[in-house]
Design a protein around this ligand. Structure first.
Ligand SMILES: NC(=O)c1ccc[n+]([C@@H]2O[C@H](COP(=O)([O-])OP(=O)(O)OC[C@H]3O[C@@H](n4cnc5c(N)ncnc54)[C@H](OP(=O)(O)O)[C@@H]3O)[C@@H](O)[C@H]2O)c1
Length: 335
């Protein structure tokens, strides 16, 4: 059986999820692609940590050992921060290796360059996992709304802040108690600043902008307000009026200008995002033909994020397969 040779950058929550899913779902890959997927190498930072990996998997802290692996087909990236992730992905694409990333912080800033580099090198870059985790928003917009023009997206893009707002609303607890609870349950990052100040939602909104409009607004013109500006009294007052505060990212175009904002918004009970509670993410996409579609699902976590990445993988290799046969039939038609 032929194999797709993959390298994993990062073996934390997401990396381990990818390894687990790839190991468990070989039968699906055989059926869908006619090939198995082999994780040949894993890049980590701390060589002293114990890793639960098969013996034949190369575990290294040196990216040179990854990029020089013979016949490497795809790099799945799940490390943290802009660098060295960006450099690693650039080098992979330039070497003709497909890339799949979960790194929203890096991708928000460098999506344009990486998409262009992928195009130039005739390879693909999958980024479903960067936005709303396991909820397939990227593919919905990119492939299922091709004739429709997306006019506006309103979205809950951070599970931690949604959890906190839900807890404050439903159980009358204060912001700090709700945040501590989210951390204890493993929903919030050890440093939750970017969850609650809107930076994480902002990054995802910029990725959506790149996808929908092919560009991003000037970051300095995007207003970003966190949920820490809300008090218990604000939330309870809203509840009395049958309304809820939700942390909403909005993106739309007015004329040629992209308007984007992340802020707490008071929603009436008829709004499609009013009932999205707990750690879920949700996106209300308004398009010119279909109207408003709402997608809801897990916005983070080991398996949902790994799910998005392996779905990207299958799609990339199905595309590669189709492109290969297209070339062959063109060649036959020419002779
Ligand atoms: N967790 C989620 O639910 C989720 C959801 C969507 C997207 N993401 C994104 O996915 C990425 C990974 O998240 P995570 O939660 O899996 O993080 P994590 O648990 O902290 O794991 C990060 C992994 O990357 C490795 N790493 C970090 N810096 C590195 C470097 N410079 N060189 C080589 N390896 C390095 C770490 O190595 P060591 O093991 O040696 O420390 C670790 O294995 C992040 O960009 C995050 O924003 C996460």
């Amino acid at each position: 059986m032929q194999k797709i040779k993959a390298a994993l950058l990062g073996y934390g929550t997401v990396g381990q999820g990818i390894q687990e899913v790839i190991h468990q779902y070989q039968e699906r890959f055989r059926l869908l692609l006619g090939k198995e997927v082999e994780i040949a190498a894993v890049l980590v930072q701390n060589p002293a940590k114990q890793r639960d990996l098969p013996e034949n998997v190369l575990v290294t802290t040196d990216f040179e050992e990854i990029i020089t692996l013979p016949d490497l087909n795809v790099v799945l990236e799940a490390i943290v921060g802009e660098e060295p992730a960006l450099t690693y992905l650039r080098r992979s694409l330039n070497k003709g290796i497909h890339v799949i990333t979960a790194n929203k912080m890096m991708f928000a800033r460098h999506a344009r360059e990486l998409l262009e580099t992928a195009r130039e090198n005739k390879v693909h870059i999958g980024f479903e996992a960067t936005t709303a985790g396991g909820t397939p928003i990227i593919r919905t917009i990119d492939q299922l709304l091709q004739v429709n023009r997306v006019e506006k997206v309103e979205a809950i893009l951070n599970g931690t802040s949604n959890y906190i707002l839900t807890a404050m609303n439903d159980r009358f607890i204060d912001f700090d108690t709700a945040l501590t609870e989210a951390q204890e349950k493993g929903y919030a990052e050890a440093d939750p600043t970017h969850d609650i100040d809107g930076t994480d939602a902002f990054n995802k909104l910029m990725i959506l902008s790149q996808l929908i409009y092919g560009e991003q607004p000037d970051w300095l013109n995007v207003r970003k307000t966190g949920i820490n500006s809300l008090t218990e009294a604000d939330i309870q007052h809203a509840k009395q009026e049958n309304k809820k505060y939700k942390h909403i990212g909005v993106i739309k175009k007015e004329g040629n200008t992209i308007i984007a904002e992340v802020s707490p918004v008071l929603l009436s009970s008829t709004h499609p995002l009013h009932h999205i509670d707990g750690v879920d993410n949700a996106l209300a996409i308004t398009s010119d033909i279909v109207g408003t579609i709402t997608l809801t699902g897990p916005g983070a976590g080991k398996l949902p994020t790994a799910s998005a990445m392996v779905e990207d993988l299958v799609q990339i290799f199905q595309k590669e397969h189709a492109e290969f046969y297209e070339k062959i039939s063109e060649k036959h038609a020419a002779v």
